[in-house]
Design a protein around this ligand. Structure first.
Ligand code: DQA
Length: 147
């Protein structure tokens, strides 16, 4: 059982970027949280991928077909704009969990729409980086109940 964790634009700037919203931990800390949670949940492999480019995220989702059991995705700003990422998630039809570090539902109007979320079976928001561990546990539970 393996999981792909995808992060979109500016998530590589964690620790520097708006710490009042996204906290002071960096991207390496996020990767460590995912690795620990995935291994605790019994995943044999976790890959963490980050890109600032929409097409690269679409490519990565397509490549997940046949090689990953599920996806945890924070499309970041592309959440609110990208039909291409939504379509890629629908195309591979892998179980996916949407994650946001901040409580997007309490923020600006333009953050209220989530295209990617339309292809995800669950959503985690406002839990900081620990939200990734929560999302991985949700995915593991879903996959074990599917089996
Ligand atoms: C975010 C929320 C998005 O609105 C924003 O564009 C991000 C990060 C989050 O994790 O809280 O880049 O996805």
């Amino acid at each position: 059982m393996n999981v792909l964790v995808i992060n979109g634009p500016n998530i590589n700037m964690l620790g520097i970027r708006e710490p009042g919203i996204y906290g002071t931990q960096n991207y390496e800390a996020l990767v460590a949280i995912c690795e620990e949670a995935a291994s605790a949940c019994g995943f044999t492999r976790v890959e963490c991928f980050q890109s600032n480019h929409e097409g690269e995220i679409v490519d990565k989702i397509q490549q997940a077909y046949g090689s990953f059991d599920g996806i945890v995705i924070n499309p970041a700003a592309y959440t609110h704009t990208s039909v291409a990422i939504l379509d890629a998630l629908k195309a591979v039809a892998l179980p996916a969990v949407e994650i946001h570090i901040s409580a997007v539902e309490d923020r600006e109007d333009f953050r209220q729409i989530s295209y990617a979320g339309m292809a995800c079976f669950e959503r985690v928001t406002g839990e900081g980086l620990e939200g990734y561990a929560h999302a991985i546990r949700i995915l593991a539970h879903h996959l074990s109940s599917e089996a």
